[in-house]
Design a protein around this ligand. Structure first.
Ligand code: DAH
Length: 349
C-alpha cells in the first residue's frame, strides 16, 4: 500500500497545468479520480482499515499527505482555468459589444414635439403654465358663466372648493390648456404668437375613448387686424404639415365661451383619403380641434384693448392626434407602459 500511495503522490506532482489545456471539465475529472466517492483516496482509506496497527501511523501520515497534495493541485488547476477564461473574455476584441437597451420618447411626447415644431416654423413660441390652477384662470377669465356646466363636480377635479358659487375662488386641476392663454396675456403685450402644450385633467371614467388625464396643445395669436382668414390659413398649414400635403380642412360653426365666432375643424380622413371608412365613420372627415376668434371680453379681462387688437385661438387633443396619425385604437394604451406598444415608436425621434 505504501508504494501505491507514493506512486499516486508522484503522479499528482507530475501532473502539470499544461495537461488541462482547455476546460474545467478536465479538472473535474482529475478531482473525481482522487477525491470522488469511488476515487483513489476513498479506496485507500478502505484498505487502511485492514492494515496492521503498527503500520497505521506511518500509513496514515502518507495518506493525509496524498489527500492534501490532491486538494492543493485541484485548487491550483481551478484558479488557472478560471483566470484563463476570464482573460480570454477580456481580451477578445472581436466579441460583439453588450448593447444596452436605449429608451425612446413616448409617442405623446413625440406628437406634442411635432406639433410645437410645426408652429415654431411660423414664428410661434412655446409657453407653459401650472397644472394646479384656480377657477379664475380656467373659467372666469375665459368668459365661462358662473353656472356653466364645465365648472361642475362631474368634470372638474377640485382641490379646494368654495361652497358659495358666487365666489369662484376654487383651486382645481386644469381641465384645459386654455388657462395658459390667460397667463400669457397677463404677462405679455401683443403681438403674441404662442403654443401651449400640457397635461389636463377631467373627472371621467377611463375607457378606450376617454381618460381622466390627457394632453392638449393650445394656440394663441393676438395682433392688430388678425382675422378669421388668418386662423383658417394657419390651421390649413398645420393640417398639411401634420397629416400630409393632400390633407383638406373644413370648419363647422361651434360654441366655446372664450371665442366668438367659434368653430370645430375637421381634416379629410387620412386613412381613406375622404372616400369614407370605419375610422371616419363613412363621412370622409375627422374632427381634430376647436378654434375661434378670441372673444373681446377675454382680451379685456386680461388687460388687452379689444379695439386695437384681435386674435385667434385653437386647442387640440394630443391623444387624438396620435390616434389619427398612428391608428391607435385605445386611449388606455398610452398610459399602461406596455413595452410592446412603446417600442413601436422607437425609430421616431
Ligand atoms: N379648451 C377647449 C377644450 O378643452 C378647446 C379649445 C377650443 C381651445 C377652442 C381653444 C379654442 O383655444 O379656441 O375643449
Amino acid at each position: 500500500m505504501k508504494t501505491e500511495i507514493l506512486e499516486y503522490i508522484k503522479e499528482i506532482q507530475e501532473t502539470h497545468i499544461e495537461k488541462f489545456k482547455d476546460t474545467a471539465a478536465e479538472v473535474e475529472q482529475f478531482r473525481i479520480k482522487f477525491l470522488g466517492k469511488n476515487g483513489v483516496m476513498n479506496q485507500l482509506f478502505e484498505q487502511f482499515k485492514s492494515i496492521p496497527n503498527d503500520q497505521k501511523k506511518e500509513m496514515g501520515q502518507a495518506l493525509n499527505q496524498l489527500k492534501t497534495a490532491a486538494q492543493q493541485k485541484i485548487e491550483e488547476f481551478k484558479s488557472y482555468v478560471e483566470s484563463k477564461e476570464e482573460s480570454s473574455h477580456l481580451h477578445d476584441l472581436t466579441m460583439p459589444t453588450d448593447f444596452s437597451d436605449l429608451g425612446s420618447r413616448h409617442v405623446l411626447s413625440v406628437v406634442m414635439n411635432e406639433i410645437s415644431e410645426i408652429f415654431s416654423r411660423i414664428g410661434f413660441t412655446v409657453a407653459d403654465g401650472p397644472e394646479i390652477e384656480d377657477d379664475y384662470h380656467v373659467f372666469t377669465a375665459l368668459n365661462f358663466a358662473l353656472d356653466h356646466p364645465a365648472r361642475d363636480m362631474q368634470d372638474t377635479f377640485f382641490i379646494e372648493k368654495e361652497p358659495d358659487v358666487n365666489k369662484p375662488t376654487d383651486v382645481l386641476l386644469r381641465t384645459h390648456t386654455s388657462s395658459v392663454q390667460v397667463r400669457v396675456m397677463e404677462h405679455q403685450k401683443p403681438p403674441i404668437r404662442v403654443i401651449m402644450p400640457g397635461r389636463v385633467f377631467r373627472n371621467e371614467a377611463i375607457s378606450a375613448r376617454a381618460h381622466c388625464i390627457f394632453h392638449q396643445v393650445e394656440g394663441l395669436y393676438i395682433d392688430k387686424k388678425v382675422s378669421f382668414a388668418d386662423l383658417k390659413q394657419t390651421l390649413l398649414y398645420f393640417a398639411k404639415e401634420m397629416f400630409g400635403e393632400q390633407t383638406q380642412i373644413r370648419l363647422r360653426p361651434s360654441y366655446f365661451p372664450f371665442t366668438e365666432p367659434s368653430a370645430e375643424m375637421d381634416i379629410s380622413c387620412n386613412i381613406c383619403g375622404g372616400k369614407g371608412c370605419n375610422i371616419c365613420k363613412g363621412t370622409g372627415w375627422l374632427e381634430i380641434l376647436g378654434c375661434g376668434m378670441v372673444d373681446p371680453n377675454v382680451l379685456e379681462q386680461s388687460g388687452i384693448d379689444s379695439k386695437e387688437y384681435s386674435g385667434f385661438a385653437f386647442g387640440m387633443g394630443v391623444e387624438r392626434m396620435a390616434m389619427l396619425k398612428y391608428q391607435i385604437r385605445d386611449l388606455r394604451l398610452y398610459f399602461e407602459n406596455d413595452l410592446r406598444f412603446l417600442k413601436q415608436f422607437e425609430s421616431i425621434i
